[in-house]
Ligand binder design. Structure first.
Ligand SMILES: NC(=O)c1ccc[n+]([C@@H]2O[C@H](COP(=O)([O-])OP(=O)(O)OC[C@H]3O[C@@H](n4cnc5c(N)ncnc54)[C@H](O)[C@@H]3O)[C@@H](O)[C@H]2O)c1
Length: 314
């Protein structure tokens, strides 16, 4: 385990994800420099972080006072200042290759040579925006799940030129700040989580489009069925336990059926007319002006679920 106590990190971009990362790092005892090119965003970020921490505190999810955590988060006026003396930079700016190329060139210039440069990008492989950098061996993607202070998964996805030492360092770092890093061994568009989410949505949309069930009943398949188990164990562990003798036994019993069903599953094109129908069904259940309240309800459920998970053996 690496020693992170009193070390410094930089958070670049103080939007939704940058603020959430700042909480993760400060909660773990790190000093956090946070920078945004928008003065307005930077000015507001501490209050927005305080609101999030107040809710987490009410849910019993933080071990010290909100003010103590916030005292370790320092908004700074320049990217250069943010990078001074840090062991890791977490980049969270807008999702375009051009923007990532420009900001990584600056980070490579200003961050200490031994600092890891990590991007939160949701879809872009590291090699798309780091190839020509002097320090490309220290760059990788560390993709969080929103919000990372409640959902611990981090997908660490290096480029072919990222050094093994940097990959190992990043894996150790995210574990040390109480996240759950997983290694994406080869670059792939969308990493792991979004690909799995995409596969589920693909099949949900097909079943909906072809008239097998309503959107509400398809959601129930997840929330009252698969999702209950999947919230604490994965599909591989699930099949290991769903036949008396484990995975091979499960595959012998059901593998051919899954393979036959797979032949009937096809790509979904996200047809706007179908999406409009889903939207109509959703708006009958939840009016547009109720979306914010329902999002707060979701965050609260998530906090309680996370609290439960933290109290269970792994
Ligand atoms: N929103 C999500 O659910 C989610 C989840 C995982 C990863 N991500 C990724 O995280 C990154 C940030 O997403 P977000 O949702 O926080 O976006 P956001 O729009 O909320 O925040 C982006 C912030 O970056 C600032 N910014 C833009 N260019 C900058 C620059 N050159 N230097 C400094 N600051 C700059 C903006 O002013 C803004 O405050 C994206 O790459 C996104 O794909 C998002």
């Amino acid at each position: 385990m690496i020693n992170i106590k009193n070390q410094k990190v930089a958070v670049i971009g103080s939007g939704l994800i940058g603020r959430a990362w700042a909480i993760v790092f400060a909660r773990a005892g790190l000093q956090v420099n946070i920078y945004d090119q928008s003065n307005e965003a930077l000015k507001n970020c501490l209050q927005l972080i305080r609101n999030l921490l107040d809710d987490a505190d009410k849910a019993g999810l933080i071990a010290e006072s909100v003010s103590d955590i916030i005292s370790r988060i320092h908004p700074v006026a320049t990217l250069e200042e943010a990078c001074a003396g840090v062991i890791l930079v977490q980049e969270n700016i807008r999702e375009t290759v051009e923007a990532k190329l420009a900001v990584f060139a600056e980070l490579d210039l200003h961050a200490p040579d031994n600092a890891i440069l990590a991007s939160s990008t949701s879809w872009l492989p590291t090699s798309l925006f780091t190839e020509n950098l002097r320090g490309r061996a220290r760059c990788l993607v560390a993709h969080p799940t929103n919000p990372p202070y409640l959902i611990p998964l981090v997908e660490v996805s290096p480029a072919p030129w990222t050094s093994d030492q940097v990959v190992a360092g990043a894996m150790a770092f995210y574990a040390a700040v109480d996240q759950e890093p997983v290694l994406v061994k080869k670059e792939i568009h969308g990493f792991l989580l979004n690909r799995v989410q995409g596969a589920v949505l693909n099949e949900m949309l097909n079943l909906y489009e072809e008239g097998y069930a309503s959107s509400a009943d398809l959601d129930k398949v997840m929330k009252y069925g698969l999702g209950l188990r999947w919230s604490f164990m994965g599909p591989f562990e699930t099949i290991d336990l769903n036949a008396p003798d484990g995975v091979v036994d499960y595959a012998a019993r059901y593998g051919q059926t899954y393979a036959d069903v797979a032949k009937t599953q096809k790509d979904n094109t996200w047809n706007p007319q179908v999406i409009a129908c889903v939207e109509r069904e959703r708006r009958e259940i939840l009016k547009k002006d109720e979306l914010d309240d329902r999002s707060r309800w979701r965050d609260n459920r998530l906090m309680n679920l996370r609290k439960h998970q933290l109290n269970q053996p792994k």
